[in-house]
Design a protein around this ligand. Structure first.
Ligand SMILES: Cc1cc2nc3c(=O)[nH]c(=O)nc-3n(C[C@H](O)[C@H](O)[C@H](O)COP(=O)(O)OP(=O)(O)OC[C@H]3O[C@@H](n4cnc5c(N)ncnc54)[C@H](O)[C@@H]3O)c2cc1C
Length: 387
C-alpha cells in the first residue's frame, strides 16, 4: 500500500520543498522487494547504485570533491524524503552509516591526497565505506578499546578485533580506530583508512540481526596488518575527535530518515483506521485509536523540529553535540512507540509480515542502540546540564 501526500513542511523554502518532493518521488520508485530480502538478509546492490547515481551519498560534500554542496538542513530534508519513500530501512541505514562514518570523516579530516583518492567514489556510491570502533569488550565505553596500531618504519602494524560493523561485508574502505599510544579514554586513539582486502584484515561472516536485516554487518579481525603512514586519517591521536564529529552528524542526520519512516506509517495507519470498520463504524472513530494517531502526529512534528534544530546549528558552524543527542534519543524512542502503536492499530494484519509494519518495528528498535544507546545519550545530555 503506497501513499503519496503533499509535502507538509511549512517552513521549508520553495526550493527545499521541491527538492524534498524530487527525492521522495525517486525513493518511491525504488524496487519494492524488501520483504523477501529482509527474510533472507540480502543487501540490494541495485538500489544502492541507484541512490549513489541519484546523488544522495555526497550531498553535504563540496562539488569539487564530487558532492552535492548542500547545507545540513537540506541534506536532512533529503534523508527524510528517502526514509519516507524507501521501504528498505536497512538500505537507508547503510546509506546513512556510509555517509556519516566514512564520507564525512574523509571530507573533514582527510589530506588532499586522501580526498582525491577516495571522496568522489564514496560520494557516488561506487565505493562503500564503514567505520570500525566497537569491540567485543568495548561498546558504550568505546575508548576502552584494545586495538593497537604500533608505529614501525614507514607505517603502523594494527592488531585487534572489531564487532557490529555495519557495511563491513560490502565495504571497500574500512576506517579502523586503534591506539597509537598509551592514553586514557580517547587520548592516543587514531583512525586509519584501510582498503578492504588489505593483508591482515579479515571481514567475518555476516551477523544476523533482529531488524535492519538488509543492512550487512560483520566482525572485522585485524592481525599484524601493516598500513603505510599515509593511511592515517587526520593526525595521530585525533581519532577521538574524528569519532565525535562522525557521531554528531550521524545522530542528527540518521534520525531524519526515521522522521520520514514515521510519517509514512502515520499516513498508512490513518488511511487504514478510516476504512477499517468494526462494531459498525470506522475504528478511527474510537478515541483510543484516534489518540494513537494523534500521538504519532506529535512524534513526527516534534522529531522533525529537533533534528532540524541540530542541523541548523551545524549549518551555523556551532556545536550541536547535546542537541544531536536530544534529537537521537527523542526520535529513536518515538519511532519505536509509533511502530508499536501502528501494529496495534492494524491488529492481526499489523502482526503479519505482508503488511510490513512488524518489520518497521523491528527496524526501529535498532535506533535506540546504534550511534550510542539511549542511556548514553542521556549521559551526554546530563553532562550538558552540568550534572
Ligand atoms: C544496528 C547496529 C549497527 C551498528 N553499527 C556499528 C558500526 O558500524 N560500527 C561500530 O563500531 N559499531 C556499531 N554498532 C555498535 C554500537 O555502537 C554498540 O552496540 C553500542 O554502542 C552499545 O554497545 P554494546 O552493544 O557493547 O552495549 P553495552 O555498552 O554493553 O551496553 C549494554 C547496556 O548497558 C547500558 N550502559 C552501558 N554503559 C552505561 C552507562 N554508563 N550508563 C547507563 N547505561 C549504560 C547500555 O545503554 C545498554 O543498555 C552497531 C550496533 C547496532 C545495534
Amino acid at each position: 500500500m503506497r501513499t503519496v501526500a503533499p509535502t507538509p513542511i511549512e517552513w521549508a523554502t520553495a526550493e527545499q520543498s521541491e527538492y524534498y518532493d524530487w527525492v521522495r518521488r525517486f525513493a518511491l520508485s525504488l524496487p519494492d522487494d524488501t520483504r523477501t530480502r529482509d527474510r533472507d538478509s540480502v543487501f540490494s546492490w541495485e538500489s544502492w547504485a541507484s541512490c549513489g547515481e541519484f546523488g544522495i551519498m555526497g550531498l553535504p560534500v563540496p562539488e569539487e570533491y564530487g558532492g552535492g554542496g548542500a547545507d545540513v538542513v537540506t541534506t536532512m530534508l533529503a534523508l527524510e524524503a528517502l526514509g519516507y519513500g524507501c521501504r528498505d530501512a536497512g538500505l537507508v541505514f547503510s546509506i546513512n552509516a556510509h555517509m556519516w562514518t566514512s564520507v564525512i570523516p574523509v571530507w573533514t579530516y582527510g589530506s588532499e591526497d586522501q580526498k582525491r583518492k577516495w571522496l568522489s567514489d564514496l560520494c557516488s556510491g561506487r565505493l562503500i565505506g564503514c567505520h570500525a570502533i566497537t569491540e567485543p569488550e568495548a561498546g558504550s565505553d568505546a575508548f576502552a578499546m584494545k586495538a593497537t596500531a604500533k608505529p614501525v618504519q614507514d607505517g603502523f602494524v594494527l592488531n585487534g578485533r572489531k564487532t557490529f560493523i555495519t557495511n563491513a561485508p560490502v565495504a571497500d574502505l574500512i576506517i579502523v580506530f586503534a591506539r597509537t599510544s598509551d592514553g586514557v579514554g580517547p587520548f592516543g586513539v587514531s583512525a586509519f583508512l584501510i582498503p578492504a582486502g588489505t593483508d591482515g584484515m579479515t571481514v567475518g561472516g555476516g551477523m544476523e540481526k533482529m531488524g535492519l536485516r538488509t543492512s550487512p554487518m560483520a566482525e572485522v579481525m585485524i592481525d599484524d596488518c601493516f598500513v603505510p603512514v599515509t593511511s592515517i586519517l587526520g593526525k595521530p591521536g585525533q581519532g577521538g575527535e574524528i569519532f565525535h564529529t562522525s557521531m554528531e552528524w550521524e545522530r542528527a542526520c540518521i534520525m531524519s530518515s526515521q522522521v520520514g519512516m514515521m510519517r509514512r506509517t502515520l499516513e498508512t495507519c490513518t488511511a487504514y483506521a478510516r476504512q477499517r470498520r468494526q462494531f459498525g463504524k470506522p475504528i478511527a472513530k474510537y478515541e483510543s485509536i484516534a489518540d494513537k494517531l494523534a500521538n504519532m502526529k506529535i512524534a513526527v512534528d516534534a522529531s522533525r523540529a529537533l533534528v532540524m534544530r541540530a542541523g541548523w546549528l551545524m549549518d551555523q558552524g556551532r556545536d550541536a553535540m547535546v542537541e544531536a543527542a536530544v534529537a537521537k534519543t527523542f526520535v529513536s524512542e518515538a519511532n519505536v512507540r509509533t511502530h508499536a502503536d501502528a501494529v496495534q492499530i492494524l491488529g492481526g494484519y499489523g502482526y503479519m509480515t505482508e503488511f510490513e509494519i512488524e518489520r518497521a518495528l523491528r527496524d526501529a528498535l535498532g535506533g535506540t542502540i546504534y550511534s550510542g544507546t539511549s542511556e548514553i545519550q542521556r549521559r551526554i545530555i546530563a553532562r550538558g546540564l552540568g550534572v
